[in-house]
Design a protein around this ligand. Structure first.
Ligand code: GLV
Ligand code: MN
Ligand code: MN
Length: 402
């Protein structure tokens, strides 16, 4: 059986390497509806054209390249091309490049699919510009409405609706109407596969997680003349909250991160008037997620009382636990030349989780990441493991297309 199409993966990977890359950090800035992302979308269309895949774009900018073969419910595979701010090369693009390479491999093997095959690219998977992760797949599945999504704003106050309507006509999507099964290949974002000595694995589920906006308010004042005991400094309440969140998450065996903060007026010589910070919390169960966020909020509120500041907490998005179709995961993972592939959970969100929750049977393949580092320029996967991933994806598609 053909394992790889020579040079195919590497050629595509080399195409993408310079797009949106920072000369300073080596990381990627591929925010949705920016020039680098437009270049990536153009590249995807060219790759589809070269393979005679018919490209369909929905009203939100989600793309599927269709291999119009067979009949019945389609098998779609893909991922996303956008990145977090200063992200790695693999989170997203690995799944898209591997999907195109897997189509080539199926053709090289002479597979005649019994069902249509699609290669997908979902928009704004990271939520790095408009704040809501998996925005494209949420819109395509109707999990979030256009009326809500169009009002989401980026850091400059630009509305998602205005950006999207500038590119395509916003509204609704029937892109996924014929999809029977979805498969997303992704770089692993932890070290589970390293510890197991496996190049690829299959996802069992996704931890529940959420994004929460903490708005701390105090009183702006002079940094020199205001006595320490006379201040109402929201930076102190925030700092205490960040430390407390870290401690509570560690004690509970869960995850809590403040990775984004905005300070008003943000001057060196002024006590700030406002600090807004975003908590990303992820837990093994919904109950523990609620308990963790409640605990962090209670501690922060208590501290605000002592600092003379105030606090408002808003849940911007909460994603429940995802349990991928266990029979499908077992079917994907079982009986390979190298034995069964491990079936493992993840703490990262994915479009496959949104599709799964919307009732589309979905599976995920993970490719080993030697350090486990992700959402960072240091994110990495070795080429031989990526090629094993392509072959594993082609094997999976073959099973599903029979
Ligand atoms: C997406 O990568 C997320 O888990 O934040
Ligand atoms: Mn990501
Ligand atoms: Mn991703």
């Amino acid at each position: 059986m053909e394992r790889t199409v020579p040079d195919d993966f590497e050629r595509m990977w080399a195409d993408l390497a310079p797009v949106g890359r920072s000369a300073v950090s080596g990381g990627y800035f591929r925010q949705p509806f920016t020039a680098p992302e437009a270049e990536l979308r153009g590249w995807f269309r060219e790759q589809c054209a070269a393979r005679a895949l018919r490209v369909e774009e929905d009203a939100f900018g989600n793309l599927v390249g269709w291999w119009d073969v067979g009949s019945g419910p389609a098998v779609v595979t893909g991922s996303h091309l956008d990145s977090v701010l200063d992200g790695g090369a693999y989170d997203g693009p690995l799944g898209v490049v591997s999907a195109l390479a897997a189509v080539d491999l199926l053709r090289a093997r002479g597979v005649a699919p019994a069902r249509p095959v699609g290669v997908s690219v979902f928009v704004e998977e990271e939520g790095s510009r408009f704040g809501l992760a998996c925005l494209g797949s949420r819109l395509a599945t109707g999990t979030v409405s256009w009326e809500v999504a169009r009002e989401l704003r980026d850091g400059d106050g630009v509305a998602f609706g205005d950006v999207v309507e500038g590119v395509v006509a916003g509204g609704s999507s029937s892109l996924l109407a014929s999809v029977g099964t979805y498969v997303e290949l992704h770089v692993e974002q932890g070290r589970d596969l390293v510890d197991r000595g496996a190049a690829v694995g299959v996802a069992s589920g996704i931890w529940p997680h959420g994004r929460y906006r903490f708005e701390f308010a105090g009183s702006a004042n002079h940094a020199g003349t205001t006595r320490m005991e006379d201040r109402a400094d929201p930076m102190l309440t925030y700092a205490f909250t960040a430390l407390g969140a870290n401690k509570q998450a560690r004690l509970a065996g869960e995850r809590a991160t403040f990775g984004r903060v905005s300070v008003t007026p943000n001057g060196t010589n002024a006590v700030p008037s406002h600090v807004t910070a975003w908590l990303d919390a992820r837990c093994s169960t919904s109950e523990s997620l609620t308990a963790l966020v409640d605990g962090i909020t209670a501690q922060a509120t208590d501290r605000a009382g002592r600092d003379g500041t105030s606090l408002t907490v808003t849940a911007e998005s909460v994603s429940p636990a995802v349990a991928f179709d266990a029979a499908l995961a077992a079917r994907v993972a079982a009986d390979h030349e190298d034995g069964d592939w491990p079936v493992i959970p993840t703490q990262a969100g994915h479009d496959a989780g949104i599709l799964s929750a919307a009732g589309i049977p979905s599976a995920m393949l993970f490719v080993r990441n030697p350090t486990g580092v992700s959402h960072s320029p240091a994110e990495h996967a070795e080429l031989p493991d990526c090629l094993v991933g392509v072959s594993a994806l082609a094997d999976t598609l073959e099973r599903l297309l029979r």
